[in-house]
Design a protein around this ligand. Structure first.
Ligand code: ADP
Ligand code: MG
Length: 371
């Protein structure tokens, strides 16, 4: 496999027009025609790459998606608020309108690629969060233009690549979130790489059901029970909760053991499980965490996620957190500075750990300056 070209591989960028694919899919609130950015982290995260280029005399044209406008213009997803913030942070840098206003973006239409690179000399991809998508702006420009990975994309690939190929052991994967089916591929792939799994969140109930425990009205995917049985019979230990917190059939907050009565809903791991998971995380030397341990948006069901987040912050292990909700939980508990790496891509980080490559990276390796 050839190397993904870096910014240095572009050579002299002075006087060149450079298209930079960024991930400016920022959280926003407010009325559709007056949206306000609630967190500009993703804009600031692109600055090292933008500054590398502008300080060497390049003219930078950024392009990003925002939300899911599904192929047509929609004021709610206008880039105008992002453009205003970018103008403050990086004066003189252009930003195209939302890529997903054009159906050619998600459809990877060559005509849309031509439109994007019209008048452009070079291409830089710094949108790790979108690198698992074969969209026009991700895989198209590098077919013809000299191309490179930006600093953010490069760091993601370095960190996640090391975790995948040469983790310090024991390597523990802590997985949670709503659905097993979203994460089954990465669990299967990580079986060959990790020393143990810790599984909490909504997805633990499909595993508990596979072990024969009653799960009440908790989210449970019947069609994944057989897969969970196979994983449980596999060589890698899977640590599941042994106590739970949730609501009983009357909607009253309760602490439960491992068996949920009928009508009860499990919404967090219990304190005993959180303590046991902490011990395993403290003894690990590499930890990858994706997915909250419970419905942490409701403060009644946040304690399992908070305890695990604290353990990930406190352990001496090398720690990587991937996933939008997991990163949001870390930030909510003010622990985001306490981990080694917070990935900017949820789906992309899982797919990279699973497959070791992404369409966006393969595209860069195929660029004319990399071949
Ligand atoms: P990430 O974005 O970190 O990858 P996911 O999107 O997979 O995480 O899952 C996050 C969601 O899972 C949260 O909205 C959370 O409320 C939900 N969740 C976690 N545990 C449960 C549970 N026991 N029952 C229902 N939903 C849950
Ligand atoms: Mg999520």
């Amino acid at each position: 496999m050839s190397r993904v070209p870096s910014l240095e591989d572009l050579g002299d960028v002075s006087g060149k027009r450079v298209l930079v694919r960024t991930d400016f899919n920022v959280p926003m609130e407010g009325p559709d025609d007056a949206r306000i950015i609630t967190d500009d982290f993703r804009i600031r995260a692109a600055l090292p790459t933008i500054e590398y280029l502008t300080s060497r005399g390049a003219h930078v044209v950024c392009a990003s998606h925002l939300g899911r406008p599904k192929g047509s213009p929609n004021v709610k997803y206008s880039m105008a608020p992002v453009r205003a913030r970018l103008a403050e942070l990086a004066p003189g840098v252009e930003l195209l309108e939302n890529l997903r206003f054009n159906p050619g973006e998600e459809g990877n239409d060559p005509a849309f690629v031509s439109q994007l690179i019209n008048g452009i000399d070079m291409y830089v991809d710094d949108a790790f969060g979108a690198a698992h998508r074969s969209h026009a702006s991700i895989v198209g420009p590098s077919l013809t233009l000299p191309s490179a990975a930006g600093r953010l994309l490069q760091r993601e690939v370095d960190v996640l690549g090391d975790l995948r190929e040469k983790p310090k052991r024991p390597f523990v994967a802590v997985l949670g979130g709503a659905k097993v089916s979203d994460k089954i591929g990465v669990i299967e792939a990580l079986q060959e790489r990790v020393d143990a799994f810790i599984i909490g969140g909504g997805m633990c109930f499909t595993f508990l059901a596979a072990q024969g425990y009653p799960v009440g009205d908790s989210i449970c995917e019947q069609d994944q029970i057989e897969t969970c049985k196979k994983l449980l019979a596999g060589p890698v230990p899977i640590h599941l909760p042994e106590d739970l917190i949730g609501l009983d059939a009357q909607g009253v907050y309760q602490t439960f053991g491992i068996r949920l009565p009928s009508g009860a809903k499990g919404l967090d791991i219990g304190p005993g499980s959180a303590a046991a998971f902490t011990d395993i995380i403290m003894d690990a030397r590499s930890v990858f965490w994706n997915g909250p341990m419970g419905m942490f948006e409701d403060p009644r069901f946040a304690s399992g996620t908070k305890t695990v987040a604290q353990a990930v912050a406190d352990t001496k292990a090398f720690t990587v957190v991937g996933g939008g909700d997991s990163a949001a939980a870390l930030a909510q508990f003010k622990l985001d500075d306490e981990v080694d790496h917070v990935s900017t891509g949820g789906g992309a980080s899982l797919e990279f750990l699973e497959l070791g490559d992404l369409p966006g990276l393969a595209a860069l390796r195929g660029a004319p300056n990399a071949r």
